[in-house]
Write a protein that binds this ligand. Structure first.
Ligand code: ADP
Length: 290
C-alpha cells in the first residue's frame, strides 16, 4: 500500500519556487558590481590642496568590461585606487556589491603598468602567494593558469629572467590565482612593445570571455580602449569626472583585426574627439596656464 500523500505543496508554490530558482540562475548575483557615487578626492591639506576627482558617478555592471580614457593627471588612478581600497574618498562613496569599500580585498585584484611580482620569489611562488596566505592553494587551478598564460616551464624562473610580456602574463596569473570578481587594471600593457601588447590584449580578452569577471581597465590608448570594452568612459581633465560614455557595439568575441572595420573607426573617432579638448586642458594645467 502506498503512503498517503501528505504533501500540501500547491501548484502555485511550485511555480513560485521554480520562478525563484530560475531567477537565481539567470540573474546576476550582483557579484562584481561597482557603484561610484559623487566621488571627490582631494590630496594635500589646507592651503595646499589638489582636487584630483570631483563629482564622479559611474555604475559598472557585474561581468562588464569598462575601459577608462582620460588625459594624464585627470584622476584615473585615483578612482581605481578608491575602488581597490588603497585610498579613501574625501567625499562620496564607492560601493562594491552594494557595500562600501573598506580597504583592499583579494576579490578586487589590481594590475599596474609596473608589475608587482616579488623579485626574490620564483614565478610559481609569486602565483601561489595570495592563495598560500589564505591557506587555500588549488593545485589544478595553478597548473591551468600556467597553461593559460603560456608559462609552463618557467615555474622556477625569477621575474627578472622573463621578458616584459611574460612578466605581465605572470602578473595576470598571480592576479587570477586569487579568483577575483573584479580586475582593476591601470595601463597594464603600456610599457610593452606593439606586438606583445596585441598578444596581451588577446590573452586578456580570452581570460575575460572564459570567466565571469568585471574588468575596469585604464588606458590612454583609444584603440585599446575600444577593442576591449563594452563601454568606454571618457574622463574630463582634472578634477576628473565622467565626460562621456561610449557603448561599444562591436560583436564578441573580439579580435585585434577588428580595428580596421568602419564601425571601429567611427567609435575611435568619437572617442578621440571626446578626449581632445580634455587633453588640451590637461596640458594647459601641466604648463601652469589653467
Ligand atoms: P591619472 O591616473 O589620470 O594620470 P592620478 O589619479 O594619478 O591621474 O592623479 C590625479 C592628480 O592627483 C594628479 O595631478 C596627480 O599629480 C595628483 N596626485 C596623485 N596622487 C597624489 C598624492 N598622493 N599626493 C598629491 N597629489 C597626488
Amino acid at each position: 500500500m502506498s503512503e498517503p500523500n501528505t504533501d500540501t505543496t500547491t501548484r502555485s508554490d511550485i511555480d513560485e519556487q521554480s520562478d525563484e530558482q530560475f531567477r537565481s540562475w539567470t540573474e546576476s548575483s550582483g557579484t562584481g558590481t561597482v557603484n561610484i557615487q559623487d566621488l571627490r578626492k582631494v590630496y594635500g591639506d589646507d592651503g595646499d590642496e589638489l582636487v584630483a576627482v570631483d563629482g564622479m558617478d559611474l555604475h559598472i555592471e557585474a561581468e562588464e568590461f569598462v575601459t577608462v580614457l582620460g588625459p594624464s593627471g585627470c584622476g584615473k588612478s585615483t578612482v581605481m585606487e578608491c575602488i581597490a581600497g588603497y585610498l579613501d574618498p574625501t567625499e562620496g562613496e564607492v560601493l562594491v556589491n552594494d557595500e562600501p569599500v573598506e580597504g583592499p580585498d583579494p576579490s578586487r585584484g589590481v594590475v599596474f603598468q609596473e608589475n608587482r611580482l616579488f623579485p626574490w620569489k620564483t614565478i610559481s611562488e609569486n602565483v601561489r602567494f595570495g592563495p598560500q596566505m589564505r591557506d587555500d592553494v588549488d593545485e589544478s587551478r595553478v597548473a591551468s593558469l600556467f597553461d593559460q598564460m603560456g608559462l609552463e616551464g618557467f615555474e622556477d624562473a625569477y621575474p627578472n629572467e622573463l621578458s616584459g610580456g611574460m612578466q605581465q602574463r605572470a602578473e595576470l596569473a598571480r592576479l587570477l590565482a586569487n579568483d577575483p570578481d573584479i580586475m582593476l587594471m591601470d595601463e597594464p600593457f603600456s610599457g610593452l612593445d606593439a606586438m606583445t601588447k596585441e598578444l596581451m590584449q588577446e590573452k586578456l580578452l580570452d581570460v575575460w570571455e572564459d570567466d565571469d569577471r568585471t574588468v575596469l581597465f585604464i588606458t590612454h590608448d583609444v584603440e585599446e580602449a575600444i577593442l576591449l570594452a563594452d563601454r568606454v568612459v571618457v574622463m574630463t581633465a582634472r578634477p576628473g569626472q565622467v565626460k562621456d560614455v561610449i557603448d561599444v557595439d562591436l560583436e564578441r568575441p573580439r579580435s585585434t583585426d577588428m580595428v580596421t572595420t568602419d564601425r571601429f573607426n567611427e567609435l575611435q573617432r568619437r572617442a578621440s574627439e571626446s578626449i581632445h579638448d580634455e587633453a588640451e586642458r590637461a596640458m594647459e594645467q601641466a604648463e601652469g596656464r589653467a
